[in-house]
Design a protein around this ligand. Structure first.
Ligand SMILES: [Zn+2]
Length: 224
């Protein structure tokens, strides 16, 4: 697997970037890690980086984006924060990744059995964590199918809130960033939500949330 050059990054479409991530996760769950020389990649990226994706995921130790999508150095801008929540600094990081550094896809990746989601479901309070968990509350408010046991003891409730948290975050990125919203409308960047299953390693993308005015079919001859 080659380190991305500026030319390679420029030639990847938003749809192809999505396919690259899907294939990477397929390799991961099948234990077919691509052959990479990380030390060589250190050398090859020493003068610059040209990642194709920016991924917002949780700090959970089981959800490292590079590992679960089988990517190497210089492939992914990885934004990690408990509960994969959004704030202005994270939006700014995404704007940098896409507008200035050329990334082609934004992924909001939640995961099952998320401690931050559970904490929000239980209205946990602890120092500055309280204000972080407040950002998950809109997802709890949106979840209106479960009437009883709306707390972390109810795994169905927890997973539904995690799902809504991803979907609301996808929408919020478009609403809160005119820069990213324009790039998406112009087909320069795609935006998609997904859920990582900590039990299987599988990422399920919310394909219906993908945003890109790109009709191009994914090509087979991507980056080998
Ligand atoms: Zn988590």
């Amino acid at each position: 697997m080659k380190t991305l050059t500026k030319e390679m990054q420029a030639s990847i479409t938003p749809q192809q970037a999505f396919e690259l991530l899907k294939r990477g996760n397929e390799r991961f769950i099948n234990n077919l890690k691509a052959n990479r020389n990380l030390l060589q990649q250190v050398n090859e990226t020493s003068d610059g980086q040209h990642p194709f994706a920016v991924i917002l995921s949780c700090i959970d130790s089981r959800t490292s984006a590079e590992l679960i999508f089988d990517q190497g150095l210089g492939d992914i801008f990885s934004i990690r924060i408990a509960g994969n929540i959004l704030n202005d600094d994270i939006i700014g990081s995404m704007e940098f990744a896409c507008k200035l550094a050329g990334a082609k896809i934004i992924v909001v990746l939640g995961h099952t059995k998320c401690g931050a989601i559970k904490g929000a479901c239980d209205h946990a309070k602890l120092g500055s964590l309280t204000t972080l968990l407040d950002k998950i509350k809109p997802a709890i408010d949106c979840e209106n199918t479960i009437k009883e046991n709306r707390n972390s003891s109810n795994s169905e409730f927890v997973e539904k809130v995690a799902d809504l948290n991803v979907r609301l975050t996808v929408n919020a990125i478009k609403e809160r960033s005119p820069i990213l919203s324009n790039m998406i409308q112009n087909g320069e960047v795609s935006l998609v939500g997904g859920m990582y299953d900590v039990g299987s390693g599988l990422v399920t993308f919310y394909d219906e949330t993908i945003e890109a005015n790109v009709k191009m079919e994914a090509e087979e001859s991507l980056i080998k």
